[in-house]
Design a protein around this ligand. Structure first.
Ligand code: SAM
Length: 471
């Protein structure tokens, strides 16, 4: 039976509750009175329930759909301003014992080049990433207790944080590795990770079991309950995600929101981020085999509704999406994007492509400088900020900051300070020119006068060679 407070996967992601939700959504998709009232309710920035959200997703009325997009844009502006946080994935190892049918790392793939980075190779990758200007990474690895045990991940995190090359530093390491034990989550927390990210792939249990026919990942409950174990292990920033294309998107959307509601109900804090990956072509994977692919239009609507329904949660979009799609969804509520990503193991230092170790084909091949330049030319502030978690503003403390509106006195100056570092240390002359002007203009959007003048002072110190200031 459905119970958001239960710690059992089948109860907080109750299949019947999702079916009833979809039925309710279908019955009400033309109930414009209800839909208008939901749109009104969403303006209070308290979010919407999975049932309410599912009605909006089912609604096909053009005018109301446009209102959803407009509202998402407004909420995004109110909470995140025009800042977009930058990150890059770092693939440590593609050894994997699982049989996920959509992922080229599945153990039966004898064609892909298997690779695991040594600590020396990790150093080279990190230096290459620092030389681009990255400060925040998402670690990626296949699941393989022999080749990629937790000790390997922990050692790699230590190596990454230890590298200081020129003015570079990786200041936040997020981790996207397979579901694990409370004890291991505790070790990850102690190693100083930022967010623990784990994509559900699909919330539909029966499909989940078919799509993960073998290996530890086959266990739906163990996978779905991972965030509760992570939180029990002390990690309070967790990142959810669905791999869109595997199952019906409306089912996934309801499941995703139910998962967020569950975390809020049990731990008092919802997900720190939500990722919205779509299946991509990869080594022996043809995305057209999966029947549930979604159009760019639907994808945009899902992004907009996530923004409306969980207004305080960050939303992440990777280079699985093309520049055109990214251009559209950053307006609708995406708050973090990756730039210049390589999905191959060792791809940053060596180019890596010819070795065929990639997880999927990227659709945005621009350099980080090009992405930063593009964002600024669209009026966004690319932010390399990692301050919140380093200042202990995680979990509910981050959410409180967000809800109080104080975020603007914190994130805005931090974004400008880290952008300034980027411009001085890594940007092309043209990007630097646009960026300097943007910083000047954006100082006025810091509401607190004292914070503003402190920020101006710190910008001058950065100009003189100092680094790593934060509010
Ligand atoms: N092995 C870990 C796990 O099982 O969660 C880490 C995940 S993997 C390196 C990162 C994510 O890539 C997966 O969770 C999956 O959603 C996504 N992925 C796998 N195959 C993909 C494909 N063909 N296209 C797009 N994304 C894919």
């Amino acid at each position: 039976m459905y119970n958001p407070k239960s710690l059992k996967a089948e109860e907080f992601i109750d299949h019947q509750e999702i079916l009833d939700t979809l039925k309710y959504a279908d019955e009400n998709k033309e109930n414009f009175e209800l839909i208008d009232s939901l749109l009104e309710k969403a303006k209070n920035l308290k979010g919407l329930t999975h049932r309410e959200a599912s009605v909006l997703l089912a609604c096909e009325d053009e005018e109301r759909t446009r209102k959803m997009f407009d509202l998402a844009e407004q909420i995004k502006k109110d909470f995140y301003g025009n800042r977009i946080v930058m990150f890059a994935p770092l693939y440590l190892s593609n050894y994997c014992v699982n049989g996920c049918v959509y992922c080229p790392y599945h153990y039966k793939n004898k064609h892909i080049c298997r690779k695991k980075l040594s600590q020396e190779e990790i150093k080279r990758e990190v230096i290459a990433l620092q030389d681009m200007g990255h400060k925040r990474l998402a670690l990626e690895a296949g699941e393989d207790p022999v080749n990629n045990p937790i000790e390997y991940i922990l050692e790699s995190i230590k190596t990454i944080y230890s590298i200081k090359h020129k003015n570079g530093a990786i200041r936040r390491v997020n981790v996207n590795i397979a579901a694990t034990t409370v004890e291991n989550y505790r070790k990850l927390k102690e190693a100083g990770i930022g967010t623990y990210i784990l994509f559900q792939e699909t919330y539909h249990k029966e499909s989940y079991e078919k799509l993960h026919p073998t290996g530890p990942k086959h266990n739906y409950s163990y996978h779905t309950e991972a965030m509760d174990r992570a939180m029990e292990g002390g990690i309070d920033d967790v990142g959810l995600g669905v791999l869109f294309g595997l199952e019906l998107y409306r089912y996934e959307f309801a499941g995703l929101l139910m998962h967020a509601e569950h975390l809020e109900a049990v731990h008092g804090v919802g997900p720190h981020t939500i990722s919205v990956p779509r299946i991509k072509k990869a080594d022996d994977i043809d995305p057209s085999v999966f029947d549930n692919g979604i159009s760019d239009e639907t994808f945009g609507k899902i992004c907009a509704l996530i923004r409306i329904c969980v207004p305080y949660t960050g939303m992440i979009i990777s280079t699985r999406e093309s520049p055109a799609v990214r251009d559209r969804v950053i307006r609708l509520g995406v708050s973090q994007i990756s730039g210049a990503s390589k999905t191959s193991v060792g791809g940053y230092a060596d180019g890596g492509e010819e070795e065929n170790s990639e997880q999927f084909d990227v659709s945005d091949n621009r350099t980080l400088d090009e992405v930063v330049n593009w964002l600024m030319s669209k009026g966004y502030i690319p932010s390399f900020c990692t301050a919140c978690y380093r200042a202990g503003r995680t979990g509910d403390r981050f959410m409180k900051l967000c809800k109080s509106g104080q975020i603007q006195n914190c994130c805005q100056p931090n974004a400008l300070l880290t952008l300034k570092e980027y411009l001085i240390d890594y940007a092309s002359p043209e990007t630097k020119k646009i960026g300097e002007q943007l910083i000047k203009n954006e100082l006025d959007n810091i509401p607190n006068e004292k914070v503003k003048s402190k920020c101006i002072e710190l910008l001058e110190l950065i100009e003189k060679g100092d680094r790593d200031f934060k509010f």
